[in-house]
Design a protein around this ligand. Structure first.
Ligand code: P6P
Length: 330
């Protein structure tokens, strides 16, 4: 069995990844393992429920949102290579005190994505992205397009705890064992280019644009429709859960721009949700688009920017991209 630490060492050599970056991933993995342990018994400790505060997104914070964010801060603070933390739970970027010249990476994270599912015991996750950001840089230096991510991944806290990781070239999956070690359980994940499963919040149909409506109409038309096959629909309401399914067996995840999210630019956040998931999906052979362009090429305007997210099996993403092209051509 290959432990994460051994895999990081061999990957550093094979994929020309620096030791500092692999140790940054090891730090993030340790934070995720601690969060996993807390989630396993949270209801017994009375840790479910609201924290009585709202985050920068105006969302009611769960106690575990705050606990998870604090765990990320605790672990990242101890690694001198990490200079800055951008978190969904923090209004501003957190600059760690570092010796002059120390501190090389910024970590952008959603410490506990999908936390509204905690009280009903549905898979939630931590999503993370690593950027080059030497200590002392101004926040504007954090506004990098997703193609500049050095690494990205998530932890999925489900029946088992998975850590899914990429340095941009391939995707590996680790599973947390009883001793708290992440063990390699799948290397070089590939998303099937064809799929018959889509993930969208169908209750939002009245807000959808013509491209999304056309894509879903084709899908529900089944074998005799233009897509020529019968589709199934899955929507967990937890991005990590939906994306993990898509990475493992194919499919497409859609949170497109709609008439309700238009003013905010979308629902999901670019730096610590869309970009890390897009890097993973593209490294696994899939595609990731806003509908009008590649997610990884979007230039962030601020650290909490939102974007439309459509990603997964290449053929399915291309099918809705054709509808967006028609929409754009007017
Ligand atoms: P909706 C969870 O709040 C989240 O940010 C993602 O994890 C998830 O995919 C999405 O929102 C669910 O959105 O509109 O279905 O509640």
């Amino acid at each position: 069995m290959t432990k994460l630490s051994d895999w990081l060492q061999t990957t550093a050599a094979r994929q020309n990844v620096t030791h500092d970056l692999t140790q940054t991933i090891a730090t993030i993995a340790a934070a995720c393992a601690e969060i996993a342990a807390i989630l396993r018994t949270a209801p017994i400790e009375g840790l479910s429920g609201l924290a009585g505060a709202t985050n920068v997104q105006g969302e009611a914070q769960k106690q575990l949102d705050v606990v998870s964010n604090d765990i990320f801060i605790k672990h990242l603070q101890q690694n001198p290579d990490i200079s800055i933390l951008v978190s969904e739970e923090l209004n501003q970027a957190l600059h760690f005190e570092r010796e002059t010249g120390a501190g090389r990476y910024a970590v952008a994270c959603d410490p506990l994505d999908g936390s509204s599912n905690l009280d009903v015991n549905v898979t939630v996750g931590s999503i993370f992205s690593v950027l080059e950001a030497p200590s002392g840089v101004r926040d504007v230096e954090l506004l990098q397009p997703g193609v500049r991510q050095l690494a990205a991944g998530y932890a999925a806290y489900g029946n088992s705890t998975s850590l899914v990781l990429t340095f941009g070239k391939s995707v590996a999956v680790f599973t947390l064992d009883a001793a708290g070690e992440f063990i390699l359980t799948k290397d070089d994940v590939t998303i099937p280019s064809a799929s018959a499963e889509y993930a969208i919040n169908a209750a939002r149909e009245r807000f959808w644009d013509a491209a999304t409506l056309a894509y879903v109409d084709e899908s529900v038309a089944g074998e005799t429709g233009p897509a020529g096959k019968r589709y199934n629909m899955r929507w967990v309401g937890s991005m990590v859960a939906d994306i993990h399914r898509i990475l493992m067996r194919g499919g497409i995840f859609l949170y497109p721009l709609d008439s309700e999210t238009l003013a905010k630019g979308g629902r999901l956040r670019l730096l610590y949700e869309a970009n890390p998931m897009a890097l993973l999906v593209e490294a696994a052979g899939g595609k990731a688009t806003t509908g009008l362009g590649r997610i990884l090429e979007v230039m962030p305007a601020n650290i909490h920017q939102r974007v439309p997210v459509i990603l997964g099996s290449a053929e399915e993403v291309e099918r809705i991209e054709r509808h967006y092209a028609v929409l754009k051509a007017g």
